[in-house]
Design a binder for this molecule. Structure first.
Ligand code: GLC
Ligand code: CA
Length: 447
């Protein structure tokens, strides 16, 4: 109940060898700190070999580690070291597409989606133009929902399904305790390639794939966790819980940090998820401006309010690396932009500042943002956001159950019953009173 999942963007977490790119040994060297923080699981963004057109989300080999990040041995060591601290390691599986440099793209063309002409109006997520690219060698068009270098796999092909079931076993055998599933809502497309977005994504057949994966997961004890990147409207989220353990709730993440916007989303989520489903809350990830910037506009009190909410709602929560110190997006000058996305996602991917000097990052791959908020200073200060988050992580374990009930409150204050406790959150810039208690602007209280 109430797991805390900590998302790591490995290139920007910790660098062990001074080449400016974070790596697995760097990550392993921070496990003591993550244990101190109280996390239950690490989800790392992709660790596989990749030409890095989309920074690891274009995989060229699903059974190895990117040399810049380390070796398979390093990953095994990380998993074992994390285990001794009761921390699970989850990887990021990218099954919608491969890199065009994956062997399959030349050796197993039947694994991909082809057409002799452009068959429909489907769009590519990155260019906004057609999702079909002509391949001179095959004299046909292939589908790419993302970059041209990321051809989509054909999930109607049973061999593709068998490959991925083997890939899951490969990692579960090594002790990987879960996967975040990239683009989980759009793996399988309409077999007839009909026009329209509703044929390009959210096809009901995707649940058959997850049913099979869940069966693979059930071969292991403890059963690994399957978490979907389910980028769908809230009303479409519940079916994903049929075979996934966790379905990411982007309606929550994409809301404004305003009581009148967020509270109805939370209430609706809790009302509509199937019985027994674990809700999942987060405010930042590697694709979204960080919560300290996007929700809090840099204001630390307001960032703490967002963290309070994420950490006191029922279910599991994800913190993106840096959320725990209210880290803001980095400023990345135009000539340092590396991302193919528009707008570029580099600002939320800048290195995590461990110290005020920032000397732990030598010529990092993305510029280091402000080090005003850094881990070292905040660990030394019991009043810091880092300690605030650590205390909340400890307190969330104390809720007696996963129940939630909105309580009556004055305007601007979110009051809710959580198990045997009451949570109060002042979502305004003004001092507020609730049943004789005074709440400072953006203050949260657990009673
Ligand atoms: C997911 C990832 C994103 C990536 C895209 C294509 O949305 O989170 O970073 O660019 O898939 O793989
Ligand atoms: Ca390195």
């Amino acid at each position: 109940m109430g797991r805390l999942i900590y998302q790591i963007y490995p290139r920007s977490f910790a660098d062990s060898n001074g080449d400016g790119v974070g790596d697995l040994r760097g990550l392993a060297s921070k496990l003591d700190h993550l244990e101190w923080l109280g996390i239950d699981a690490i989800w790392s963004s992709p660790t596989f070999p990749s030409p890095n057109v989309d920074w690891g989300y274009d995989v060229s080999n699903y059974r190895d580690v990117h040399p810049e990040l380390g070796t398979l041995d390093d990953l095994d060591t990380l998993i074992a070291d994390a285990r001794t601290r009761n921390i699970d390691v989850w990887l990021d599986l990218v099954p919608n597409h491969t890199s065009d440099k994956h062997d399959w793209f030349s050796d197993r063309p039947e694994y991909y989606v082809w057409s002799t002409d452009i068959p429909n109006d489907w769009k590519s997520g990155f260019s906004g133009g057609t999702a079909w690219e002509y391949d001179a060698r095959r004299k046909r068009y292939y589908l790419h929902q993302f970059a041209v270098e990321q051809p989509d796999l054909d999930w109607w092909n049973l061999d593709v399904r068998a490959e991925f079931e083997q890939i899951l076993r490969f990692w579960f055998d090594r002790g990987v305790a879960g996967f975040r599933i990239d683009v989980a809502h759009a793996l399988i497309k309409d077999r007839e390639l009909r026009d329209g977005e509703r044929y390009q994504r959210e096809r009901p057949e995707v649940h058959d794939i997850f049913r099979a994966w869940q069966a693979v997961a059930h071969e292991y004890d403890p059963k690994p966790t399957l978490m979907g990147e389910t980028y769908v409207p809230l009303a479409h989220l519940p079916p994903y819980y049929a075979h996934l353990d966790l379905a990411q709730n982007f309606a929550f993440t994409n809301a404004e940090f305003e009581l009148d916007d967020l509270r109805p989303i939370v209430e609706r989520t809790l009302k509509t998820l199937p019985a027994g489903a674990t809700p999942l809350w987060f405010g930042s990830n590697h694709d979204h401006s960080r919560l300290a910037t996007r929700w809090a506009f840099g204001d630390e009190a307001r960032a703490r309010a967002a963290l309070f909410l994420i950490l006191t709602l029922p279910g599991d929560a994800i913190l993106f690396q840096g959320d725990e110190i209210a880290l803001e997006d980095g400023k990345v000058p135009k000539d340092r932009i590396t991302d193919i996305g528009d707008p570029p996602r580099d600002p939320e991917r800048t290195p995590l500042p461990w110290t005020r000097s920032g000397d732990e990052w030598q010529e990092p791959w993305l510029p280091l943002g402000s080090t005003k908020r850094n881990v070292e200073d905040q660990r030394a200060d019991p009043d810091s956001t880092l300690h605030y988050v650590r205390d909340l992580i400890a307190q969330r374990k104390q809720f007696s159950d996963d129940s939630y009930e909105t309580l009556k409150s004055v305007s601007g204050v979110w009051a809710y019953r959580r198990g045997d406790k009451t949570c109060l959150l002042n979502m305004t810039d003004d001092v507020a009173g609730h049943e004789g208690r005074t709440l400072q602007p953006w203050q949260g209280l657990i009673l």
